[in-house]
Design a protein. Structure first.
Ligand code: SF4
Length: 342
């Protein structure tokens, strides 16, 4: 059966892809897809003959399927999604105390960046996701709840798959598609400066989050290999450029590692780095992963660090961890499966 990737395609593209007779049929299929109906047989305003032909030729209108679902006490739901080639990605639906539902999407199978606090980093990069595969994760999560926000904080470095991520964002925002406000979409990067600069040029008005972890160059290079290519000085320069070009306040994700980056010296260096940046530091106590050597800071350690941040007038927020018990929290996503033999 031929594989098709209809999510992200316009009605004109669907018309051509499916070799339809009439343009209005493409529009009908497009509208079903937006509703989340992916079984051609259920697209009731198509003729029976067309439904049968499409089913016989393509099977389904969606290329991926959910193969596992886990829910934790906070209501966070993690899906394992099998892609057309047998590769598996994970996506998470997070619900906050205001009932806001955020889809945490993956942009790659695995990741090449190798951040040492992150389970995905242990996988290496298998491949980039197509725009359709990114959108399909959203569709699977929306079948569970009314998604209002999107964060690219799942598996992969979104700015290393720039074109597909951008294309999916444009589709999420389309008025005749999901019409998600750009301000409700966040791209999280480990600090790929070339990607931040490209994003700045797009003037897209999405939110930006940068995983900082430490404002010490040597320590950052030890924990995040990206720092060897783009050190803190280069990162800050690109963030200042982003800010000066009208980019709104961004977050600096600070994964707190006990005994590593939560002391007075770390706070001082953070004060120097954030000086001049319109940024909020997002404090994220490290989410445990058995195979990694770090320890989650104690509440006492976190409180002491925030006291230092207060003294240095650093703006920060403490993130409440959701999804941790299903390994769906930040840095915990990883799939053992690579690509099945085909
Ligand atoms: S933190 Fe992000 S960029 Fe770093 S290894 Fe994990 S998925 Fe990749």
């Amino acid at each position: 059966m031929d594989k098709i990737f209809l999510y992200g395609a316009s009605p004109t593209e669907i018309y051509e892809e499916l070799n339809l007779d009439k343009k209005f049929q493409a529009k009908q299929i497009y509208q079903w897809l937006i509703k989340g109906v992916t079984d051609f047989n259920l697209m009731s305003n198509l003729s029976k003959a067309l439904r049968e032909r499409l089913t016989n030729e393509f099977g389904s209108a969606i290329s991926s399927k959910v193969i596992d679902t886990q829910v934790d006490d906070s209501g966070a739901t993690k899906l394992a999604i099998e892609l057309y080639d047998g590769a598996i990605v994970e996506s998470v639906l997070l619900i906050d105390k205001n009932e806001r539902m955020t889809a945490c999407l993956s942009s790659q199978v695995g990741c090449a960046m190798g951040c040492k606090f992150c389970r995905t980093g242990t996988m290496g990069l298998v491949r980039n996701l197509k725009a359709a595969e990114i959108i399909e994760q959203f569709v699977h999560l929306r079948a569970i709840g009314n998604v209002t926000h999107i964060v690219f904080m799942g598996m992969g470095e979104p700015l290393a798959n720039f074109a597909n991520v951008l294309s999916s964002i444009r589709f999420f925002h389309r008025e005749d598609a999901f019409y998600i406000s750009l301000r409700r979409i966040t791209i999280s990067t480990c600090g790929v400066v070339s990607g931040i600069n490209k994003l700045t040029e797009q003037n897209l008005n999405v939110k930006l989050a940068v995983s900082l972890v430490t404002a010490d160059n040597n320590l950052r290079s030890d924990i995040m290999p990206i720092n060897d290519s783009y050190n803190l000085e280069k990162l800050k320069k690109s963030l200042l450029h982003y800010q000066n070009k009208g980019g709104s306040r961004f977050t600096l994700e600070y994964c707190m590692l006990s005994g590593v980056n939560c002391d007075l010296q770390s706070a001082k260096k953070l004060a120097t780095f954030t000086n001049g940046l319109d940024a909020v530091v997002n404090l994220i106590p490290w989410n445990p992963a058995a195979e990694l050597p770090w320890t989650t800071p104690t509440t006492q350690e976190i409180n002491t660090f925030t006291k230092y941040l207060d003294e240095f007038h650093i703006k920060y927020a403490r993130r409440f961890t959701r999804g941790r018990s299903v390994n769906g929290a930040c840095g915990q996503l990883a799939t053992k499966s690579r690509i099945k033999e085909v």
